[in-house]
Design a protein around this ligand. Structure first.
Ligand SMILES: Nc1ncnc2c1ncn2[C@@H]1O[C@H](COP(=O)(O)OP(=O)(O)OP(=O)(O)O)[C@@H](O)[C@H]1O
Length: 732
């Protein structure tokens, strides 16, 4: 028993019931037997003579002409149809799709009859075709092409529609945000990305057209040299020369099999078309050691703290750090920004030379390139799932923060008209751009994962926006190279996105957006994939650019350091509404929600003021007592009207940790257990959870020396205390 046979048997025993395996094997035999018949009955010695005969050679030539003609016609008509079906919602779409599929299930002879009734001399269109153009399709080679197209085109449409539907819209949306019109996006992004699916569909279409018989003989007849293609020739030969018919059948069989083997199931979905994959990292060129280290470095945590936990993010946010980046930004020389190139407001279709791939395409509409000193204040009124009004002065960066699902991405997408869930009136400077298509708004967007075009190098990606705006290829590439260098990825200019680490790709995506000279910059977590050191460097670069930027920048982030160091304002979203919109220092001091307080590294305890306190028992004149929502109470220094719902904000530095219950002034003392210790610079952040559920969970920040003195370890039993005067109250 061979090893392979044993393996099949084992699998059969384990997983496949014999009742299924037997008919399945019979099915394979049923399909295989006729093919074996052709192979066995072929007269191999006569094969050359049969295939070389005049009639067969003529039929081969005709078949090639007809099948390639049908393929060309299918491409011209089928590609737009597939695009329409995949991308456009219109009434009756299901009917149109059924219409496309119909020739696949219709008996070909019926198809031929239908073609006669449509395009025949006495058909609906035939007399007009003949009268106006002198075209008579039946019994003509062009008729054979039409018949083959009718039955074969569905294969192209179905295959391409599936591929188009599977393509991530972010690629096309980003291309549009960089200034590319729909046609340019189609030629430079959509088509290259669906090329494998298109090729698979085209191969199938061609093979089907080559084998077409029924519709052809019915519509175009069986005229040697005019419409007698190979399948028709087989039919004819079968009557007089069955051996020759077998030889020609073998030829058609081999061609069909070769196409299917070549496709390796791509059209059925088992070898589904992916975005054209670039070679694996390192396949094209070795990664410099520094880059390799950067790629391997741990990614900084960016996930916001879950509202149910009280773990403050480990990023240090001290009152001073709240307005300055804590990581020392490495001095990064900023080259002078590239001189803006003036382009006409409306570029003509063929005026601007080759694009990044060398194709001659230009958009009918481009946004005027910004001139130095131009300013574009943003005024936006967003309605729908996200609802708010934004007024942002030129050169202002707004950090958009909020829990998952708060509507941050929806806000950015609404500003580009990329979501049906919200719409926006957008005024950039004096221009109302809300009614313009995305590519004419001058709004560059960096989606969460960058969405770099996988078929273009980093350099071509970065030059894309400039090319779309009509900048010449050399100049666009020069500027793109400068931007890549500025973001520390200049040496990766010739790599494809598939050859970049997540952090490197993030920097290229940022370079691509900045290079496009937008009037409004939308960044959706642009630094999320960067390691801490690189993040500090890129932040520095970004800050350098943003400080001289004449437009507004909306930056979605979950990173408190990013929010306070890059932004002039922090916009806090919750449930699609603006909860707070204020400078970082104000949001840090007076966060309006527990979520944002915790995001900014504060302890935030929700509670309600009671009538207790006011000097009685608290020992603090004018103090109050809060009943905390999560259990326990809190003595605060500020008097609060009874029943007021407040948020008590406590900086981690204000939480003291003791091994013994402290005596003396602090009124707020709770027993707890050390659950987590994290180093933050030279200090430690310690999460202490309440021992009995009667007190709050708190994050304390202490020195390493103090931690050593206290002998703090995970699980140690301690007491936490907070002075009433260290608590800031914010009304909820
Ligand atoms: N296409 C969609 N159809 C229906 N609901 C959607 C769609 N896209 C997003 N949503 C919903 O809209 C809300 C806001 O989503 P959005 O992506 O804007 O949140 P976010 O603040 O960016 O979240 P995150 O921080 O997780 O990225 C969520 O509740 C989400 O489930």
């Amino acid at each position: 028993m061979t090893r392979r046979y044993r393996a099949v048997r084992a699998r059969t025993r384990l997983g496949t019931p014999l009742a299924l395996a037997m008919p399945a094997l019979l099915a394979i035999a049923f399909l295989l037997l006729p093919l074996l018949g052709v192979l066995v009955r072929t007269e191999w010695g006569e094969l050359g003579a049969h295939l070389g005969s005049e009639g067969v050679t003529e039929a081969v030539k005709l078949s090639l002409l007809v099948s390639f003609g049908a393929l060309a016609l299918s491409l011209v008509l089928g590609v737009p149809l597939a695009w329409l079906l995949a991308r456009v919602s219109f009434p009756g779409k299901a009917v149109v799709r059924s219409l496309v599929l119909l020739p696949m299930v219709l008996p070909p002879t019926v198809g031929g009859v239908a073609l006669l009734l449509g395009f025949g001399r006495r058909g609906l269109l035939g007399p007009w075709l003949e009268g106006a153009f002198g075209i008579v399709l039946p019994f003509h080679t062009s008729g054979a092409v039409v018949a083959a197209t009718f039955v074969a085109m569905p294969f192209l449409v179905i295959s391409l529609e599936g591929t188009l539907a599977g393509l991530r819209p972010a690629y096309e949306e980003t291309a549009a945000s960089l200034g590319a019109g729909p046609l340019r996006v189609f030629w430079t992004v959509t088509l290259p990305l669906v090329a494998p699916g298109l090729a698979a569909g085209a191969a199938l279409t061609w093979a089907r057209a080559l084998g077409e018989f029924g519709a052809t003989i019915t519509f175009a007849g069986n005229l040697p040299g005019t419409t007698q293609t190979l399948p028709l020739q087989v039919y004819l030969l079968l009557q007089d020369q069955p051996e020759a018919a077998t030889s020609v059948s073998l030829l058609l069989l081999v061609i069909a099999m070769a196409v299917l083997v070549g496709l390796r199931g791509r059209w059925t979905g088992s070898g589904r078309t992916r975005d054209r994959a670039a070679p694996a990292v390192g396949a094209a060129e070795p990664i410099p050691p520094a880059e390799a280290a950067g790629a391997a470095a741990p990614t900084a945590p960016t996930t916001p703290v879950a509202p149910t936990t009280l773990v403050a993010p480990t990023t240090p946010v001290t009152p001073t750090a709240a307005v300055a980046p804590t990581a020392p930004a490495a001095p990064l020389a900023l080259p002078t920004p590239p001189a803006p190139v003036k382009v006409p407001a409306k570029a003509s279709v063929d005026a601007h030379g080759a694009d990044a791939r060398g194709t001659d395409i230009a958009d009918s509409f481009t946004t005027p390139a910004p001139a130095p000193g131009d300013k574009w204040p943003l005024h936006a009124r967003v309605t729908g799932a996200t609802e708010l009004t934004l007024d942002v002065a030129p050169g202002t960066t707004v950090a958009v923060v909020g829990p998952n699902g708060a509507g941050k991405t929806t806000l950015l997408r609404a500003l580009l008209d990329l979501t049906p869930r919200a719409r926006a009136e957008v005024l950039l400077g004096d221009e109302e751009v809300g009614s313009l298509p995305p590519h004419r708004r001058g709004v560059a967007w960096v989606p969460q994962d960058g969405a770099l075009f996988p078929h273009l190098s980093a350099l071509a990606n970065t030059a894309y926006g400039l090319r779309a705006q009509g900048v010449g290829r050399t100049e666009a590439r020069r500027q793109a190279g400068e931007w890549l260098a500025r973001l520390g990825v200049g040496h990766l200019a010739h790599r494809r996105p598939g050859q970049l680490s997540g952090g490197q790709a993030g920097r290229v995506a940022l370079a691509r957006a900045l290079a496009a000279r937008p009037r409004l910059l939308l960044l959706d977590e642009p630094l999320a994939a960067l390691d801490q050191t690189t993040r500090a460097q890129v932040r520095h670069t970004l800050r350098g650019h943003l400080s001289g930027f004449g437009g507004a920048c909306l930056l979605v982030t979950h990173d408190p350091v990013e929010a306070v160091s890059l932004a002039d304002r922090v916009l806090v979203l919750e449930d699609g509404r603006a909860l707070q919109d204020a400078p970082p220092a104000e949001v840090t001091r007076h966060p309006r929600s527990a979520w944002v307080a915790r995001m900014l590294g504060r302890n935030a305890l929700a509670g309600t003021a009671t009538g207790a306190g006011k000097g009685k028992g608290t020992g603090t004149t004018g103090s109050g007592v809060l009943v905390l929502d999560d259990g326990g109470s809190l003595v605060v220094a500020d008097p609060v009207a009874e029943g007021t719902a407040v948020l008590a904000v406590i900086a981690p530095e204000a939480v003291a940790v003791h091994r013994e219950r402290p005596h003396g002034s602090p009124r707020n003392v709770w027993p707890g257990t050390v659950r987590e210790i994290a180093a933050v610079g030279s200090r430690l952040r310690v999460l202490v959870t309440s021992l009995d559920g009667k007190g709050p969970d708190l994050v304390a920040e202490i020195t390493t020396e103090a931690a050593a003195e206290l002998g703090l370890t995970d699980g140690a039993e301690v007491f936490t205390s907070v002075k009433a005067t260290e608590i800031t109250l914010v009304e909820r």
